[in-house]
Design a protein around this ligand. Structure first.
Ligand SMILES: Cc1ncc(COP(=O)(O)O)c(C=O)c1O
Length: 360
């Protein structure tokens, strides 16, 4: 069967070149006579995989030496809980721009004092609130954001003014889609299943001086980020195969010309779809223009039955996983790094054709 155009929000499309390379190395990785799934995480071959992955990531994001890279297991949900375990001493401030930020906020409240600094819940999270003068107090340990809101299709194009407090960001759905200035953050994490690899692997980039031994006493060792960094992600068995695929994606990104080039392609893809939505008589985008995400593009017809009919017709034509998140409905096209320009071009052509028929 031919490959489809996969607009899934995650797990999501991966570069075909990466999948082919992984397939070619499935039975014999680099002369070891075994697949990466079968080898010891303490072997020389795996050492080289994890070290190369980290080096390539450092190069892609220009990560300074005083930042640590950690590969972890578990979904972003585990990080929602791990962040307050490690960093909430007195008080934490959360900016609630969608379901993932809201879930992270909920986990923090279980563990200590966490306050909402701003929210866009009043308009179904369709915008990013003004974060230039938030009620940040001296006793706050950190300010938390979800930088790209996968479900609602919004993105912080400007980081909040944290008034000198540490910034922690969930960047799961925009990770490596464009360059980012790591030094503006103290703790960044991404579930890789959107833009970088298979579900189950997390990448953390943390300022070394922000990592602490003074975690909550009930913190499991594998959620103690100071310890995990000191053990170079190898306190226990890491998600070996996931790290290997991430490493292949990092190499692919380097071959594509790095993150500035990736950003250009992503902007071009997103502009094609947004421009069409802005001129369409049938479909419309749901997000305030200034806050639109380059990665996740939600849209609606305004009629649930019409939405369902469109999704069915699109699926039949090989444009799959366009259904919006179950909490919001409508449609959502996730156009991550690995979605080729041609995929968006074909989707837009199909939407135009569908609209012409519908509006006749
Ligand atoms: C931005 C963001 N954060 C967190 C999550 C939750 O991730 P997980 O299912 O890996 O816990 C998702 C998506 O699933 C997401 O898009």
């Amino acid at each position: 069967m031919a490959r489809v155009y996969n607009f899934s929000a995650g797990p999501a499309v991966l570069p075909e070149e990466v999948l082919k390379k992984a397939a070619s190395e499935m039975l014999d990785y680099n002369g070891t006579g075994m697949s990466v799934m079968e080898m010891s995480h303490r072997s020389k071959a795996f050492d080289s995989i994890i070290e190369t992955a980290e080096a390539d990531l450092r190069e892609l994001l220009s990560i300074p030496d005083d930042y640590r890279v950690i590969f972890l297991q578990g979904g972003a949900h585990l990080l929602f809980a791990g962040v307050p375990m490690n960093f909430l001493k007195r008080k934490a401030g959360y900016i609630v721009t969608g379901q993932w930020a809201s879930k992270a906020f909920k986990e923090a409240k279980k563990q200590g004092e966490a306050v909402e600094l701003a929210s866009s819940a009043d308009k179904t999270y369709s915008y990013i609130p003004d974060c230039s003068d938030l009620p940040i107090t001296d006793d706050m340990d950190y300010v938390y954001i979800c930088e790209n809101n996968t479900i609602y299709g919004t993105k912080f194009h400007e980081l909040p003014n944290t008034k000198g407090k540490a910034l922690i960001a969930d960047v799961s759905s925009c990770f490596l889609s464009e360059p980012m200035d790591v030094t503006k953050y103290d703790f960044i994490y991404a579930g890789v299943q959107k833009n970088v690899g298979p579900a189950g692997t997390q990448v953390v980039i943390a300022r070394d001086s922000f990592l602490t031994d003074e975690v909550k006493p009930y913190t499991p060792d594998i959620m103690n980020y100071r310890l995990m960094a000191d053990k170079k992600s190898l306190l226990n068995t890491p998600p070996c195969y996931g790290i290997y695929i991430c490493g292949l994606v990092f190499k692919w990104l380097k071959e594509m010309g790095g993150l500035s080039e990736m950003k250009k392609v992503n902007e071009k893809k997103a502009a094609l779809l947004y421009d069409f939505l802005d001129s369409s008589k049938l479909f419309k985008g749901t997000v305030e223009k200034k806050d639109r995400s380059l990665m996740n593009v939600p849209f609606v017809t305004g009629d649930e039955e019409k939405d369902a009919a469109f999704i069915k017709a699109a699926t039949e034509r090989g444009f799959v996983s366009l259904k919006g998140h179950r909490s919001v409905g409508g449609m959502r096209a996730s156009i991550y790094n690995a979605m080729p320009y041609e995929g968006v071009e074909k989707l837009v052509a199909f939407m135009k054709e569908y609209e012409d028929k519908e509006m006749k």
